[in-house]
Design a binder for this molecule. Structure first.
Ligand SMILES: Cc1cc2nc3c(=O)[nH]c(=O)nc-3n(C[C@H](O)[C@H](O)[C@H](O)COP(=O)(O)OP(=O)(O)OC[C@H]3O[C@@H](n4cnc5c(N)ncnc54)[C@H](O)[C@@H]3O)c2cc1C
Length: 393
């Protein structure tokens, strides 16, 4: 684009990640004129390549959204791994198990590589002929009634009635719009390790709580699995500096015996930060996904919450347009905020309660939390409700 070109669009989506690209597909499918801006292109898919380090557990409600967007067949034609059971425990005797069967479902969801999901969404954007500006990043934002003017890093400009901030946890658009956040960094960080297993990891995903932090397994195909190791940042830095054979020894000691023998192939660690934007909307501007909220990933809910935002925002905008309302007005966008803010806060708080209860070494609390798991495991109704909530059903 030349310096003086100005693109005019109805909706500008800043950030074509897993959430922003899904929203762009949904709005384009509903007839909105959408432009996506992203600072990087997703890598091409190569079936011969090992799995991406970033894996997301995508629940059935999110899969339904991706089916509606005609994206799921594209994901499935690359790689996705179903899981039908979820197990969590601290003491072996107080194990909590959730089965797809209990809800009459064939699977609880799929493990999907982040790169694969983003690539599938971009293929769909292409099919829908959505304008994608990439690599391009948002540098400035100013009010341009009735919408906004975005200036990109190369100096080109984009004029939009509605700007969507979907540019992730450190959202530049959120900052440029002057929207603050509340939040904190957890005392634990998280290390993701792709391993080859000697035995097939099966279709169950599991998580063992330890006072240092959870240890989890996400099963993938071809005997691949993703291990998630939560621990103090200093401990993870130590692990990160090790060779793969050294790391393999540490894994055997830190993970439960059911893991069996594994060979680590790649690892990376991430700080864990809770953030919640003080508001989700301004006139002609809305935040979605990690730009609006980040949570402790111990129940793998980040993208799933983002997809609940996407569903809500598409519905609110379409309803307003059908009623000939100004769909980009603050009063309309506030309906989206009202629908999503409490639900996101509830999930953040639930994750924090788990985090606080299980990171504590106090003996009475240890007994109490294991009794809690035991009781929950024996309450069919409570278990089914918790599972439905986590799956977004
Ligand atoms: C360790 C870990 C494990 C997780 N596991 C799970 C899980 O199992 N299940 C789950 O549901 N969630 C999980 N999450 C959370 C999940 O990864 C996030 O919720 C999800 O990535 C949010 O998607 P997003 O599209 O909102 O943001 P992002 O994925 O961050 O995408 C943002 C996009 O914006 C682009 N961008 C950034 N800045 C700019 C700019 N200035 N201009 C233009 N473009 C820009 C980026 O290139 C990117 O494409 C996990 C998170 C972590 C840290």
């Amino acid at each position: 684009m030349t310096e003086h070109q100005r693109v005019i669009t109805e909706v500008a989506v800043a950030g074509g990640g897993m959430v922003g690209a899904a929203l762009a597909c949904g709005l384009a499918q509903q007839g909105f004129d959408v432009t996506v801006i992203d600072s990087r292109m997703p890598p091409e898919f190569d079936a011969g390549q090992p799995p991406d380090l970033r894996i997301s557990a995508i629940g059935v409600a999110s899969v339904d959204l991706l089916r509606t967007l005609a994206v799921w067949p594209l994901v499935a034609s690359m790689r996705a791994y179903p899981y039908n059971r979820l197990e969590t425990w601290e003491w072996e005797s107080a194990r909590l198990t959730f089965d797809a069967d209990s809800l009459g479902l064939p699977v609880l969801g799929y493990m999907v590589e982040n790169n694969v999901l983003q690539r599938a969404l971009w293929q769909r954007l292409d099919q829908l002929r959505v304008k994608v500006l990439a690599p391009a990043s948002v540098a400035q934002l100013s009010r341009h009634e009735p919408g906004w003017l975005l200036t990109l890093a190369d100096g080109s400009q984009l004029q939009a009635r509605l700007v969507i901030a979907a540019d992730g946890a450190n959202s530049r658009v959120r900052q440029l719009a002057g929207i603050g956040i509340q939040g904190w960094q957890y005392a634990q960080s998280c290390m993701l390790i792709n391993v080859k297993c000697e035995q097939s990891p099966g279709m169950a995903t599991w998580q063992q709580f330890t006072p240092e932090g959870p240890r989890a397994l996400l099963p993938l195909s071809d005997n691949w699995a993703s291990l998630v190791w939560y621990d103090a940042p200093a401990r993870l830095r130590q692990l990160q500096a090790m060779t793969m054979p050294q790391l393999a020894k540490e894994i055997q000691q830190a993970f439960p015996a059911r893991l069996g023998k594994v060979t680590p192939q790649a690892a990376g660690s991430f700080p864990l930060v809770r953030r919640h934007a003080r508001r989700y909307v301004l006139p002609g501007l809305a935040l979605v996904g990690d730009a609006a909220h980040t949570i402790n990933p111990l129940a793998g809910q980040g993208v799933n919450l983002g997809y609940r935002d996407v569903n809500a925002l598409i519905e609110v905008l379409c309803d307003a347009r059908d009623c000939a309302e100004h769909w980009d007005s603050e009063s309309v966008l506030k309906r989206y905020e009202r629908r999503r803010r409490y639900d996101n806060l509830l999930m953040q708080t639930s994750m924090d309660l788990f985090y606080l209860a299980f990171s504590n070494r106090s003996a009475p609390l240890r007994v109490a939390r294991n009794l809690g798991l035991l009781a929950a495991g024996h309450s069919g109704m409570l278990k089914r409700q918790a599972l439905k909530y986590a799956l977004g059903l």
